[in-house]
Design a protein around this ligand. Structure first.
Ligand SMILES: [Zn+2]
Length: 231
């Protein structure tokens, strides 16, 4: 086993982790579908989905532990004679067991996508309740509501309706995921900062880690598209 093969295995694991993140987004989206269909946020099906997302959270944390233990142990053997490599497997295993044992239930609950799952279910249930009440009360305001929501659904980068809206955690502005990722990567490649494209925003340094997929917003845009397609 060489150190370079270890590194390539680690990068495969990291791409696995991205898939787990995508999986968690999907579970959250299914949960929002249930909220939409049932109009409540405490059904047994939602509990099941929450269990699934916590499992994903555990898997994600365990991969972190593994990567950390490999990083630590390979850093140690790097300056030692080649014979030290023989013990690498065992020392990684030991360190990994140690790290995994330290993962608490609170760690799993703190995972950003677990938090996002709960927040979006709560937010969406509240919104679904509100929309139902509004529809009963005033049909007249519909035009205004549509115009307002349409402007909110427009990406400041593409000037088109967003497909996968991501929210900036720092300045709370929204962009379409694909467009903003491309722009940030391009700017950073040239060692430049990416300024928030929303007019009047003072955020001059948007980082990839500031962005979070907003599934509630995504669903609102989809619903809006369906509704406006009908009329
Ligand atoms: Zn902004």
């Amino acid at each position: 086993m060489s150190l370079s093969s270890v590194q390539s295995t680690l990068s495969t694991l990291k791409s696995c982790q991205a898939d787990i993140g995508g999986c968690m987004d999907m579970v959250s989206d299914v949960a929002l579908g249930i909220v939409e269909a049932q109009g409540m946020d405490n059904s047994p099906a939602l509990k099941k989905l929450e269990g699934m997302i916590l499992e994903c959270s555990r898997l994600d944390r365990e991969i972190n532990c593994f990567v950390e233990s490999v990083d630590e142990m390979t850093a140690q053997v790097r300056h030692e004679p080649p014979e030290a490599m023989v013990h690498l497997r065992n020392s990684v295993k030991e360190r990994f067991t140690e790290l995994v044992a330290g993962v608490t239930d609170a760690d799993l609950q703190r995972h950003s996508k677990v938090v996002a799952f709960r927040d979006s279910v709560r937010k969406y249930a509240m919104q679904a309740g509100q929309t139902a009440a509004e529809n009963e009360e005033e049909e007249l305001d519909e035009d205004i509501a549509v115009t307002q929501s349409q402007t909110n659904f427009i990406c400041p980068l593409t000037q088109a309706e967003m497909v996968s809206p991501v929210k900036n955690k720092k300045c709370h502005h929204y962009y379409d995921q694909e467009a903003v990722l491309e722009m940030i990567k391009a700017r950073h490649k040239n060692k430049k900062k990416f300024r928030c494209p929303k007019v009047g925003c003072g955020n001059t340094d948007v980082q990839l880690s500031d962005l979070e997929l907003d599934l509630v917003m995504k669903r609102m845009i989809q619903n809006h598209k369906r509704q406006s397609g009908k009329t």
